[in-house]
Design a protein around this ligand. Sequence first.
Ligand SMILES: NC(=O)c1ccc[n+]([C@@H]2O[C@H](COP(=O)([O-])OP(=O)(O)OC[C@H]3O[C@@H](n4cnc5c(N)ncnc54)[C@H](OP(=O)(O)O)[C@@H]3O)[C@@H](O)[C@H]2O)c1
Length: 283
Amino acid sequence: MSGPADLDLSNGPASRVTLRDGRSMPVVGAGLWRVEPGAVARSVVTEAIAVGYRLVDTATLYGNEADVAAGIAASGRPRSEIFVTTKLWNDEQGYGTALEAARRSRARLGGAPIDLYLIHWPVRGLRSESWRALGELQRSGDALSIGVSNFTVPQLEELAAGSSVVPVVNQVEFTPFLFQRDLLDHCRSHGIRVEAYSPLVRGQRFGDRTLGRIAAAHGRSPAQVILRWDLQHGVVPLPKSTHADRLRENLDLFGFSLSRAEMSEIDALGEGFRLGADPAQFG
Ligand SMILES: NC(=O)c1ccc[n+]([C@@H]2O[C@H](COP(=O)([O-])OP(=O)(O)OC[C@H]3O[C@@H](n4cnc5c(N)ncnc54)[C@H](OP(=O)(O)O)[C@@H]3O)[C@@H](O)[C@H]2O)c1
């Protein structure tokens, strides 16, 4: 496991990766999709920070941006220590609407600049104008880093043809059962960091025999094996849990490593199995 795209994991859960704009981001994040807005979301954020997470992944769609701010405030950690990602929802895409949406998100998140602002989905006909807005948001300091989510290779190429600004991140569904090697290679070669969403296959494949065997060999859980596989591919996973013990388990990935043979075995589980929408449908 060597090469410029690999993650330096030597600081354990405090490890960070340098993005192509020079800023740095933690190598594991806590996902907040379907975390009930209000008290639940607030306590998940506070708990995640207490067990060591420094990256929180939310979105306008999730309805819990204000709870992220409150959860961070309740954690006792300074806001500047927490890397917050949020996303532009589809119905606010376009230049002016994206600018306004991002500034509303910034306010809901407590007013500090958004660490990473992403276009949530590649909405056809609007994504290039949205991307232009994200460039402006970075210049104005509303967003410190900007990127995309759910972009395919052709959609990334289209973006590159229309703009000299390259996304620092592409957040996509990425699991052993949806091993997107071509997308990963493309992103690597352009310095775009891949983040894995739904990395745990939403719990649907923990019974897989290969994962179970490798997990048993390391005295780990299938969830930890998957998340470690992400890290060794240079991918930043964003597992979601509302339980403190699982939040802790999902960050305890640094005391073991997968062999080259084990990595290949897990790679071979790829079967194009998708939980979410296929972004190719956006054309
Ligand atoms: N950009 C996008 O379009 C997009 C789309 C989907 C998701 N995301 C991001 O990615 C994050 C994660 O994806 P996800 O929420 O779809 O699914 P996920 O992280 O793959 O799976 C979450 C499910 O697994 C369970 N779980 C978590 N840790 C576990 C463990 N150690 N052992 C057993 N079960 C465990 C959780 O249950 P409990 O909560 O009950 O523990 C929950 O049901 C989201 O929260 C969001 O931030 C982004």
